[in-house]
Write a protein that binds this ligand. Sequence first.
Ligand code: G6P
Length: 610
Amino acid sequence: MCGIVGYIGKQNTKEILINGLKELEYRGYDSAGIAVLQDNKLDTFKATGKIKNLEEKLSNSTLNTQQLMPNIGIGHTRWATHGKPTELNAHPHLGEYSCVVHNGIIENYKDLKEELENVGYKFVSQTDTEIIVHLFEFYFDKNNNAKKAFIQTIKRLEGAYSILLITKKEPNKIFFIKHGSPLAIAKGNNDGEVLFASSDAPLIGLANDVVYLDDDICGIADENGIDFFNAIDSKPLTPTFETLPNSKQSAQKNGHRFFMEKEIYEQSDVVVESMLGRVNDENILFDEIDKGITDNINEIKICACGTSYHAGLTASYLFERLSKIRCSIEIASEFRYKEPLLTKDTLFVAISQSGETADTLEALKMAKNAGLKTLVVCNVDNSSMTRIADFTILTRAGIEKGVASTKAFSTQTVVLWMMALYFAKQKNVISNDVLKKEILTLKKVPDSLKVENKIHEKCVRLSKRYLHGHGFFFIGRDVFFPLALEGALKLKEISYLHAEGYPAGEMKHGPIALADPELFTIALMPQHLHYEKIKSNVEELSARDSTICAISPLDFELADDFIKTKKTDHYMLEFFEMLIALQLLSMEISIRLGNDVDMPRNLAKSVTVE
Ligand code: G6P
């Protein structure tokens, strides 16, 4: 996730771009940059870290962007995916006479880069984005037509992207395209003004009318207006402008009541980013790790805290089942002091949204010092863990603001599942047919993570019924056990009600003694994994009068309440369907209790103390 902004107009371009980027900082802030084109001079300014570093840099510059003539400017705040967060890798990326900002991932950038290098183009960054500007200039030099060159360029790009491009060859124009990643365009309040942004927060106060572009709409804007056309057949289009929301807070939350709600709803989109460039029809690809990573490896040890631990526990089932590698998982704070036996045939996998959690970080250091191969699955590039581990796989969830983790968990789980398939292929323990089927299923995850109104409404209704009682048990088997743990953790974190996650088959060894109508059991009952077994476990609880809320695609007559998930053809899709229901249920209970959903009491987003 990155954020992009653009401006055409006579106001202070520098200020408008910087203020816009600040509104988008939630989308990533490891570096930022702007480019301004005025008097046929193209100035770029970049800085690593937060927008305020760029602002400081600009305050020392002589750039004057308060002009009578309209200025053209574009800006970017980055969440690194290709290449470290350095100034060289920060956007905008420059060619000889043009400049580009991009949000998304160009999956075929390596091929395009090679092609351009072969005809003499020099690259200065490690990003996928830089190819766009060189490709544009390559086509422009051939046909001396910027519109044509822009269309030819975007036709070559595979992946997800929203792009703004400016060029001295057409110094009054911004060229734009949206394909996969978001882009909004607004007509400014002053004559001839046009504004661009990845979400509408930067536009509020500066414009009234906005178009949220659909995929494959591209165009050219200048002070006289905006030409929209279809990127596939170049036919002109007239999209409908709508009225902008009037509150920035709600714009940042995309109209949702809480960041947690927004993050639950955006999971379907962010997992697409987690998979971009890493999945084709037949294979899983991780350019960021050694092909031979599993050579001489007989065991995987996972270490994490909180929600990341639950993603790790899910993965421990998948690593053994799919990759046929022995796998153990430890809570980082326990691992550190148990005097663990570490052998060099173990791959150590740390999982952390932030990359800063003290216990996980120290556990990673221990493993590294013991000479183990280390890998971190992380959401924040350049965090302490990514700097220490031998390999990093980024989850690409974008900034998560709600303290109760949601999209971090789904992206971690998807990445870990992909890793299990990747390792299986490396170890030659999976047939091509099975791999293809798993990949087909993976591609359906975004659909399973889409929030259906019906499910959300059901959770709202159920939230009324579960405010009393002496506690909740979330139960499941296999990967649905870690999911039960995660469901219970979500509820605890934001509702402050007592909840436990338990393996369904273990209830009879103690906890069932608690069963009575005031004990609420949330039962995860997937169709495709041990359905009959979990059914008997739930029947045992029902016979002892526990109130049962079943989450399942199959009807279950003993349930007091029921959340019916969509039927799918794989247990991992059921996993994601149920995850959404669990997240929504705890959020709605928390809302009903009047709690602070995004910042629950006593908790912190990143725990950097032991
Ligand atoms: C804190 C957060 C949790 C998170 C845990 C681990 O407790 O409140 O939501 O799961 O830390 O964080 P990490 O960044 O390492 O995934």
